[in-house]
Design a protein around this ligand. Structure first.
Ligand code: AP5
Length: 210
């Protein structure tokens, strides 16, 4: 199955992708995670991406389209994948079409701006395995440590309130047009993402027939 998780920053794309990747036995492909890893390693891609990410802007289409095509060509994507954070512009979606990469379903997570701010400002991420927590809603068993691997939890550079507001503006202008793009193709399903993580995951599984 080839899935796209669409939704504003903080809608729960990463959380849900991790929740279903194992069950569907297909990889989660987070372009945000790929870029953050490149920044950490100081690669040319990381150096190029950092200034955009720190400002809450999108990395230019030609750069990210290249990254995505290279990733989905890898062996573990043979039976499908979950795209988390790609596409983010109409040209990125058109690039998938041009490459002959057909998508089965687009899950559009619907959530208010108020909820998004609360979620992102409270998010904690594991430095080692990328597991996602929240100071109030998805609390680690031991403060500051990952339940899965014991890695240190940190806050991302783009989680300040002002940067989050900027990312929301960018989402509405550049990414939200993808809702109409995929609705027209008849493969988009709206999912209420306001509920608890358990409610959100259950709604996604229902849509996937799991
Ligand atoms: P990226 O890493 O993709 O960030 P994002 O899409 O902005 O989304 P987030 O990771 O912030 O949120 P999420 O929806 O995954 O929510 P999460 O599950 O963490 O991109 C970062 C940057 O990289 C971009 O700004 C851009 O610069 C660049 N980039 C990436 N892809 C690109 C592309 N294709 N083109 C160009 N540039 C690109 O959940 C959020 C919090 O809420 C967590 O704390 C979680 O524990 C909690 N939570 C989750 N679900 C619930 C729930 N149901 N109830 C309560 N709490 C919940």
């Amino acid at each position: 199955m080839r899935l796209i998780l669409l939704g504003p920053p903080g809608a729960g794309k990463g959380t849900i992708a991790k929740g279903i990747a194992e069950e569907l036995r297909i990889p989660q492909i987070s372009t945000g995670d790929i870029l953050r890893k490149a920044i950490k390693q100081g690669t040319p891609l990381g150096k190029q991406a950092q200034k955009y990410m720190d400002r809450g802007e999108l990395v230019p289409d030609p750069v990210i389209i290249g990254v995505l095509k290279e990733r989905v060509a890898q062996l573990d994507c043979t039976n499908g994948f979950i795209l988390d954070g790609y596409p983010r512009t109409v040209p990125q979606a058109v690039a998938l079409d041009h490459a002959g990469i057909e998508i089965d379903k687009v899950l559009n997570f619907v959530v208010t701006d108020q909820t998004i701010i609360k979620r992102i400002v409270g998010r904690l991420t594991c430095k080692e395995c990328g597991a996602i927590y929240h100071v109030k809603t998805i609390v680690p068993k031991v403060a500051g440590k990952c339940d899965h691997c014991g890695g240190a939890l940190y806050k991302r550079e783009d989680e300040q309130k002002e940067t989050v507001r900027k990312r929301l503006r960018v989402y509405k202008k550049q990414t939200a047009p993808l809702i109409a793009f995929y609705r027209k193709k008849g493969i988009l399903v709206d999912i209420d993402a306001e509920g608890t993580p358990e409610e959100h995951l259950a709604a996604v599984k229902r849509v996937l027939g799991k």
